[in-house]
Write a protein that binds this ligand. Structure first.
Ligand code: GLY
Length: 587
């Protein structure tokens, strides 16, 4: 069946109207995409020639084009470290924190860069995520310096951030893209920087609204002003024509006005977000992924625009004051995610090093057409983590101790409860353990764990008790079965009690107030878990792990566990080389 353009529009609007809640995108999809993302990003870290270069767009041979982190005009260097910060958010693994940090710090050279309007893209997504997830003031300080550099580009006569010195045809231009960069100013004004940064961002957003957004909610990509503020010209740089609407430019507006509304609560920006969104949704094809330009005759989808809009609409639906719009925007976002996570757009099973196929970088320049784009991948991940900030991502057991660890924070002191589900994925786990230690203790050997649940060579669960292992009842572990564990931990007395519930059975007391490991390290908090294999990576998994103070059980919510197509996902979970073995002889 071929649909006319208006038929397509009608289909999409009907889909939004008649199918609220009928989307398939769910927690299992989120975990599936995140599992793929971990594998792809892990491969990409190995492919990069050094931490001084970052990936940008895919090549047909399955590699990335790269950009130097010192490149002052390039805009994409923040997306790769930002994506790795998202991976850290998913599993709290120091492994991902360290990799994200390795590609974040080389961007510090950009903090004094006043030659570009794109400092927000470069710094807020790398250093901003780093600050959000670690609270390390080094990252905050670099961000504040960066915001100061971006502020130097503010033209107070016109009230905009001047964008593009490299284009000699323009005098004082703005582009819709800059709506993304001004988050750095808004964040800075809220985090110790001068209040005028907020005024600059607000003025820029209002001027963009007045001059780049058309009455029907569509947009010009750029507006060029004379130094006295009169408009010299407006049109497009990366879109099809001066009367068309470039899809990613529109995406930047949807995301940008939503974001500015979040910071300001100024109703003008909610109205603006609605206007640009409503144009976008009314002109989408049925699969929720726009053509690279809404008015271009040439047909090339731009998945990066779809990813940015999916992320933006998940935020907008949360900020919306109108219930009907709230539902409409969320339903649309989930339909977009559903489409992007489907084989039509997900790069799984292809030779692309990215996550999403079918992005368009710059079609008029004949650059990056029908490729994976690091920024599309970044916003896809962001959207998934806006859908569920704490997905129930399985902690697969690792042979390599540095890879086995998950950080639990520094606040778990005194008496704590721990709960988790453990699923053996092999018949004999040969001494594999789930262990816990202090947040400051690097697990370099088994004896760095103060507490441990162990799957013994003869097939039962055991618990570390002083110098040995104990169990009150022999509870066998069976490949493929999921066991629920509950622990009560007294960090002052250094004792813990463990119960296990086999599937379909009653809870069993496994040990009662047994002692922490006698030669274990000092422990003040229950701050780190390690999930360690002794045979092969991923021969068991832990899900729904949570630590909470007694009486607060209901406060720590994880998504219900989704059914996992185990074999595929385990393989994708960044497997270690077969030769890798843990750095400790004890099991
Ligand atoms: N900021 C440039 C682009 O969206 O391609």
């Amino acid at each position: 069946m071929s649909l006319t353009r208006s038929g397509v529009k009608l289909w999409w609007m009907l889909a939004l109207l008649v199918a609220p809640g009928a989307h398939a995108f769910n927690d299992a999809d989120a975990v599936r995409v995140l599992t793929f993302a971990r594998a792809q990003l892990s491969d990409t870290t190995a492919e990069m020639p050094s931490v001084n270069r970052s990936p940008k767009s895919s090549l047909s041979n399955g590699t990335w084009t790269t950009v130097a982190n010192t490149d002052r005009i390039a805009w994409t260097q923040g997306f790769f470290p930002g994506s790795m910060w998202f991976m850290y958010q998913v599993g709290s693994e120091p492994y991902w924190r360290d990799r994200a940090d390795m590609w974040t710090r080389p961007l510090e050279v950009q903090k004094t860069n006043t030659e570009t309007h794109d400092l927000g893209f470069k710094m807020y997504l790398s250093y901003g995520n780093a600050w959000r997830l670690t609270g390390n003031t080094y990252y905050r300080d670099v961000l504040l310096t960066s915001a100061g550099s971006l502020a130097t580009r503010y033209n107070s006569t016109i009230g905009i951030i001047d964008c593009c010195d490299w284009n000699s045809a323009w005098q004082v231009p703005l582009v819709t893209d800059t709506m993304m960069d001004i988050e750095l100013l808004l964040w800075g004004a809220q985090n110790g920087g001068p209040a005028v940064w907020r005024t600059m961002a607000v003025n820029h957003a209002l001027k963009t609204l007045a001059d780049a957004v058309r009455p029907d909610g569509s947009s010009y990509h750029y507006v060029d002003y004379a130094t006295n503020g009169t408009i010299r010209s407006r049109g497009t740089f990366q879109g099809y024509s001066s009367t068309s609407t470039w899809a990613r430019g529109q995406a930047w507006l949807i995301y940008g006005y939503t974001m500015v509304y979040r910071y300001t609560q100024d109703a003008r920006f909610l109205t603006a977000a609605r206007r640009v969104t409503d144009y976008y949704l009314a002109n989408l094809p049925a699969d929720g992924v726009p053509n690279w330009d809404f008015n271009a005759p040439s047909q090339y989808k731009d998945s990066s625009a779809a990813a940015a809009v999916a992320s933006a609409l998940l935020e907008l639906s949360g900020l919306e004051t109108d219930a009907t719009r709230r539902t409409r925007y969320r339903t649309a976002a989930l339909a977009m995610l559903d489409s992007l996570a489907s084989p039509a757009y997900l790069a799984q099973g292809t030779n692309s090093p990215g996550l999403l196929l079918h992005g368009v970088g710059n079609l008029p320049a004949n650059q990056e057409i029908n490729v994976s784009l690091i920024y599309g991948d970044y916003y896809f991940l962001e959207a998934i983590l806006r859908f569920n900030p704490r997905p129930n991502y399985p902690w697969y057991s690792k042979l390599m101790l540095p890879r086995s660890q998950h950080l639990l924070g520094t606040t778990n002191t005194g008496i704590r409860n721990v709960e988790f589900d453990l699923t053996p994925l092999a018949a004999n786990l040969n001494g594999g353990v789930v262990g816990w230690t202090d947040s400051s203790t690097e697990v370099t050997a088994f004896n760095r764990l103060n507490m441990a649940v162990r799957m013994s060579e003869d097939g039962i669960f055991q618990v570390r008790n002083g110098a040995t292992y104990s169990w009150i009842r022999r509870v066998p572990y069976v490949n493929g079965q999921t066991y629920h564990f509950r622990m009560n931990v007294d960090l002052n007395a250094r004792r813990y009690t463990v119960w296990v519930t086999p599937p379909g059975a009653a809870e069993i007391l496994l040990v009662d107030r047994v002692a922490f490991r006698s030669d274990g390290p000092a422990i003040n908090d229950l701050g780190r878990a390690a999930v360690i294999s002794t045979v092969v990576d991923s021969d068991f998994r832990v899900t729904s792990h949570r630590v909470y103070a007694p009486g607060q059980a209901g406060n720590v919510a994880l998504a219900p566990q989704a059914p996992l197509p185990e074999a595929t996902w385990r393989q994708l979970d960044a497997p270690e080389p077969a030769s890798a073995r843990p750095g400790a002889s004890e099991r």
